[in-house]
Each structure stands twice: as C-alpha cells, then as structure tokens.
Design a protein around this ligand. Structure first.
Ligand SMILES: Cc1cc2nc3c(=O)[nH]c(=O)nc-3n(C[C@H](O)[C@H](O)[C@H](O)COP(=O)(O)OP(=O)(O)OC[C@H]3O[C@@H](n4cnc5c(N)ncnc54)[C@H](O)[C@@H]3O)c2cc1C
Length: 480
C-alpha cells in the first residue's frame, strides 16, 4: 500500500491549489482524479483576487496563456433598467478545462503523485491514517494518508450533509457568435432571474441564465431560456444558440467540513451563489487555509487550534458571502415586486443550527455589524504631525483586547489582538509588528510626539509616523 502525508481527491482548482502549496512546504502528496484531462468544466469567469493566488503558487504564467481574456469592459443592468457601462475589470475569462489541466501539470512537475483516471470509491479511518480505495483502469487500489482532502466538487457532498444557504436555482447556458453581442461582459436582472454573458477566447459568446427551479420543466428549458433572453435588453440580439445545457445550482455549506483529519475543500465544502463569480477564488483561498491548518498540525501538533482556524475562516467567508449576495439581490430593480428576487433578498437565517459548524456560520451572521466608519480625513502628514506632536494622547475607551488566531510562518498561533468598533476585524499586527507591545507603549506615552519617538525604537523609523496616524485616523488613539 502506498502511504502519503496527504491524499487529495479531485483535481479542480481547490485540489490542485492545495497540492501545489503542500508540495512547496515539502510534503509527500498524492491525488486521485477520476476524469482524464482536459475535461469540460463550468465556471470560467475568474475574479481579480485570483491573480494574487496564482502568483503565490508560482502559476502566474498560466493566466497569460492564449485561453485567457483580460480587461473586458462590462455592461450592467441591475439597480435600474438602464444600461451602465463599467470600466475594464481586472478579472480573467478563461477556458477552465485547459486552465485546470495546466495547473495539474504544474503540480505533477512539482512532485505530485497523480492517479488518473482513478475514481474514489470509499475510505476508512484507523485512528491515525485514512485508507482510501480508488478504482483506476488498472484495477482497485488502496492508498493510505495522514490527511484526506476531499476536493471532489459537488460530487463530494451528499444531500444530507448540506446546509442550504440560499434558495436553489437552475442555470441554463448556450453559445452564440461573439459577432452578435458587444465585446463586453454583460449582466442583467430580468423579472424571473438574471443573465450573464461574456466573449470567449475562441470567438464564441457564452450566455448563462439563472432562474428559479419552479419556472423550468425539462422539456421547456429551451423556451424558458428564450423567454429570459426576450425579457432582457442586452441579450435580446443574441441570435442562434448551440450546445444548450443546464444544471441545478445549489448554495450550501457542509455540516461537518473537518472530521478526523478528513477536510472538505472547494465545492465539496461549500458552494456559493454564482452572482459574485468568486467560486474559484474562494475555493482556492479555502484550500490555502486548509494547508496552513495541516502544516500547523505536522509542525506544532496543535490540532484543536488548527481546526478552529480552518472552521472559523470558512464560517466567516460563507457568512460574508451570504450577506453580500442577499444585499446584491435586494439592490436589483425587480427586488420588491418579483418572487425570484424577494426570496433571495433576505438572509435564510433560521437561528436553528444543525451542527456545531453551522452554528459558527449562524453566529457569524448574527453578530456581524458593519464597522462604524470614522469621518474621512484627508491627511497631510506634515501638517497633522505638527498639529498633533505636543497633544496629550489616550487610548479610545471603546478599545478592547481579544485572543485571536493568526498565521505566523505558515502556522496558526494564538495572539492577543485589539478590537474596536471602527475596525472591520480584530488587529493583531500593525505594519507586520505585533500590536500588543506597541499598544502598551501607547498606554504609557504622554503625547503623540513621545509615542512616535518610542515606536521608532521598535519599528523601522520611517514607519512610526504612518502607523501612529493610522490608529489616530481610526480613532483608536485619541486626543486627551
Ligand atoms: C452554473 C455555474 C456557474 C459558475 N460560474 C462561475 C464563475 O463564473 N466563476 C467562478 O469563479 N465560479 C463559478 N462557479 C463555481 C465554480 O465552478 C466552482 O467554484 C469551482 O469549479 C469549484 O472547484 P472545485 O475544485 O471545488 O471543484 P471542481 O472544479 O468541480 O473539481 C472537482 C474534481 O473532482 C473530480 N471528482 C469528482 N468525483 C470524483 C471521484 N469520485 N474520484 C476522483 N475524482 C473525482 C472531478 O472530476 C473534478 O475534476 C459556477 C458554478 C456553477 C454551478
């Protein structure tokens, strides 16, 4: 039996992102993927944040290949029924089948042991290792690993393991010639759903319509698709379509994404409403968090902290996406009048958690409050410094201290952070420096000038002034 540190099942962006990062940390990693690549895959509009992730993985060159389109402008009909032109965006339109293959090839070149085509069948845990049974063309195979990462996409989660985070939809898509459509990404709200379209690298234009389950019965998908197009302004000229396909679109999170060193990744952990086009970015980010958690267990043997870190980041990400999408639906022009929009413009907040993990998501939803924005000041550093230098200072009475989980050298650590209503989240570092000693000095300083001179002993001299002004601007440091 072959034994690995980590076995990953599924070679979508979630699986390969985890593989690339784990390999760079020196682990022995294997992967089982059931399909030969390239395989068709939906989800090719990548949000701008993807660029940082590809840079970090040493995969930036893959986004420069000929199957990627950059800087597409956008036409949007959403809050009103008038088309709004938006500037060129920083996202990427790609061919997922080719991009996923290129990422997988890179992982193999970096040392990934790949079983493909090899289908995961079942697994068992003996208290220290997972035994995973896969079936390849050569026959049945058992692989053993300390961690099992399930990145099988939607196939990696069963109905009873899902906690629904938004009403289900149906997605219907087809291709027309790019000559029929503007050379831009188009998004439009129509009474019974919304439409999204984009040019592709191969001269075609893809249009995707999202609508309610109840409006679509299999034989009538085509006519319903045309009705949605007909109700729109931007997509009406689309003309003839080819390769019409449809799928159910569920938004959910796994009730127990971490169980005995088995971690759910990507869409095997959570699927978000496609409205934000951030599914791939979120899946890859979550894989990076999982790798930090695994590395923490191997390096520091603190499994409780590692699991808490992974689950709390996942819960916060799911809750923030739920808030964002419901608000975006509420902002659309048909939101007050049409059932498709009304049901999505509210948070499905039940107050009845079905598992300890979903309780974390509900807690994150219930306790969220938007940061109180401080009055925006345009700071002229020299003038402000002169004005503040001799002023007496104190810490805001609203400032409090909180234990938080931070990442230091790719491992999770507990640290004391500061919290204040003007901050979006607690702050453990200021300009890469532990915040606690800096705040202790602020507590003992009489004036802003004195504080700046003291901080110059601890941080690079040119950083002390901007760091003090940052906390003053947020009203964490006040004038007495
Ligand atoms: C209609 C629709 C439109 C979308 N549009 C966008 C978009 O524009 N932008 C965006 O960012 N996201 C979009 N998404 C979401 C995006 O597709 C997903 O977030 C992303 O593909 C998730 O990646 P993944 O690695 O988790 O899973 P996948 O990419 O699905 O990869 C899972 C892999 O696991 C393999 N596998 C499955 N079962 C087994 C098994 N038993 N054994 C071995 N291997 C197995 C599969 O073959 C597959 O290769 C969309 C989703 C939908 C439904």
């Amino acid at each position: 039996m072959d034994t690995y540190d980590i076995l990953i099942v599924g070679a979508g962006p979630a699986g390969t992102c985890a593989a690339l990062r784990l390999l760079s940390l020196g682990y022995r990693v294997a992967m089982a993927e059931r399909e030969p690549f390239p395989r068709p895959q939906i989800g090719e509009s990548l949000s701008p944040g993807i660029r940082n992730i590809f840079d970090y993985l040493g995969a930036a060159a893959l986004l420069q290949e000929d199957y990627c389109l950059h800087q597409l402008p956008a036409q949007v009909i959403w809050q009103t029924q008038h088309a709004e032109m938006q500037p060129r965006g920083h996202g990427v339109m790609t061919d997922r089948s080719r991009l996923d293959k290129a990422l997988l090839d890179l992982a193999v070149a970096n040392g990934l042991v790949l079983y493909q085509p090899a289908k995961y069948e079942h697994s068992s845990y003996d208290g220290t290792h997972w035994q995973v049974h896969v079936r390849s063309t050569a026959g049945a195979l058992t692989l053993s690993a300390t961690f099992l990462l399930d990145a099988r996409g939607r196939k990696g989660i069963r109905q009873h393991q899902r906690w629904q985070t938004a009403p289900p939809m149906v997605g219907v898509w087809g291709y027309t010639s790019a000559d029929n459509m503007p050379g831009a990404t188009c998004v439009e709200a129509v009474p019974d759903g919304w439409l999204w379209g984009s040019p592709l690298y191969d001269g075609r234009y893809r249009i995707l319509a999202f609508t309610d389950h109840q409006f679509v019965r299999q034989p009538s998908i085509l006519s319903h698709f045309h009705q949605l197009l007909h109700a729109s302004q931007l997509f009406r000229p689309a003309g003839q379509f080819s390769s019409l396909q449809s799928c159910n679109v569920f938004s959910y999170v796994h009730r127990e994404p971490w169980h005995h060193n088995r971690i759910q990744l990507g869409e095997a952990a959570f699927a978000i409403d496609p409205l934000s086009s951030t599914g791939v970015e979120k899946a890859m980010r979550m894989s990076l968090q999982a790798v930090i958690a695994i590395h923490t267990i191997f390096q520091k043997n603190t499994p409780a902290i590692a699991q808490e870190f992974f689950e709390s980041r996942l819960a916060a990400s799911v809750a923030s996406h739920m808030r964002w999408t419901s608000q975006y639906y509420a902002d659309a022009w048909p939101a007050n009048t049409h059932p498709f929009w009304k049901t999505r413009a509210v948070l499905p907040f039940s107050g009845q958690a079905v598992s300890p993990f979903t309780a974390k998501v509900e807690h994150s939803l219930a306790t969220y409050h938007p940061p109180v924005s401080s009055p925006h000041k345009k700071i002229n550093i020299q003038d402000t410094l002169q004005q503040l230098w001799h002023k007496k200072l104190c810490l805001s009475p609203a400032l409090s201290f909180k234990q938080t989980l931070c990442v230091v050298n790719d491992c999770v650590e507990k640290k004391t952070a500061i919290y204040h209503p003007n901050l979006e989240q607690e702050m453990a570092f200021l300009g890469n420096h532990d915040i606690l000693p800096l705040i202790q000095i602020a507590q003992q300083s009489d004036t802003f000038g004195q504080l700046i001179l003291s901080w110059k002993q601890l941080v690079p001299a040119d950083m002390a002034v901007p760091m003090v002004l940052q906390l003053w601007d947020k009203q964490l440091l006040c004038e007495r």
